[in-house]
Design a binder for this molecule. Structure first.
Ligand SMILES: [Zn+2]
Ligand SMILES: [Zn+2]
Length: 335
């Protein structure tokens, strides 16, 4: 017997459907909106046998026929949000909406001809990651392919045109940093924001440097958080944890968190030059799963590069050699 803790947010006209995913997060929020145009599902979750069964149970409980579902809207390309889209499209015939940038990223990482299982270890090797971790990366990266197969036929959404969900018009708001082409959806009348993983309560969204993707992810993330300040949000519906009513405050807390983290890393570099992996170890330790280690390493690199961008650290190492970061010593500090 499958029990799903479906929550109805009547005022916002949104049904929250927690769908299972791997630890440490364990659950991703899908949202269901009903309108005269039909039913929309936002971020259906990763594809596993468990989640397929969970959705079957949800549709039964809510008396939904697959044909009632007219659109599947995706905030971003991560498997825990995008994964089921293609499979669900095959059951419902629904249109799948996401940004072009996000779809390109999905195809680049998991599409045929993807080289991410080689490119990511190569990047991490340059930043000092030991072989015992590097060896685990290709298998780990490829394990996600089954969670995102089949890939959907996508209709691209942009910030120029609103998306209709639940009988209401939603503005698409693009933000970088967590995932390129990430879209949040804002209902100006209801002051409601469906924010995916762009802003999360309690958790700091992962900021990742990955090969050939956003070159300055932390800068992109902070810029996006500042842009979110212009939206008057009464209730935010995030990709993980529970809906929350302090969206604008949360964006400021996240900016502070990253500023403190940057300062901490800068202080570490003032003691000695470090590789990305050494900095990662100092921040997160090594008692991590390969999944956690990948996120920790990508996030550390994002911070180190932000220090370089801000002129607070320097990157040393020739092409092919191991790269080290050292604190940039302004002249007045040396005198
Ligand atoms: Zn994500
Ligand atoms: Zn997520």
């Amino acid at each position: 017997m499958i029990t799903i803790d479906i929550q109805e947010w009547k005022e916002a006209g949104i049904v929250q459907v927690p769908i299972s995913m791997a630890p440490p997060l364990r659950q991703v929020n899908s949202y269901l909106l009903r309108g005269p145009e039909g039913i929309t599902i936002v971020d259906p979750g990763p594809r596993t046998e468990v989640t397929e069964n969970e959705w079957e149970a949800v549709w039964k409980k809510l008396r939904i026929h697959p044909d009632d579902i007219i659109s599947i809207v995706l905030t971003h390309h991560h498997p825990d949000h995008y994964g089921l889209a293609g499979y669900m499209q095959s059951l419902t015939g629904a249109a799948v909406l996401m940004s072009r940038r996000a779809f390109e990223e999905a195809e680049r990482i998991w599409g045929t001809g993807s080289t991410m299982d080689v490119a990511l270890p190569c990047l991490f090797r340059q930043h000092g990651m030991p072989e015992e971790w590097l060896q685990q990366l290709p298998g780990h990266m490829n394990s996600f392919i089954q969670q995102v197969t089949p890939s959907p036929r996508v209709t691209f959404v942009s910030e120029e045109a609103p998306v209709i969900m639940g009988g209401r018009s939603w503005e698409a708001v693009m933000s970088g940093g967590h995932a390129p082409g990430h879209l949040s959806f804002y209902d100006r009348k209801g002051k409601t924001m469906l924010c995916g993983d762009a802003v999360l309560p309690q958790i700091s969204p992962n900021i990742s440097l990955i090969p050939d993707s956003e070159p300055e992810p932390l800068h992109a993330f902070i810029t996006a958080l500042k842009q979110f300040e212009q939206y008057d949000v009464a209730m935010a519906f995030p990709g993980h944890r529970n809906p929350f009513d302090y969206f604008n405050e949360r964006t400021r807390i996240l900016i502070q968190h990253h500023e403190q983290r940057l300062l901490h890393i800068e202080q570490l570099l003032e003691q000695q030059a470090l590789t990305g992996f050494q900095a990662c170890e100092a921040l997160f330790g090594t008692r991590l799963s390969i999944h956690q280690m990948r996120f920790a390493m990508s996030e550390t690199l994002a911070h180190l590069l932000e220090l370089v961008r801000q002129g607070r650290a320097a990157k040393e190492g020739d092409e092919g050699a191991e790269i080290r970061f050292r604190a940039f010593q302004p002249l007045y500090k040396l005198l």
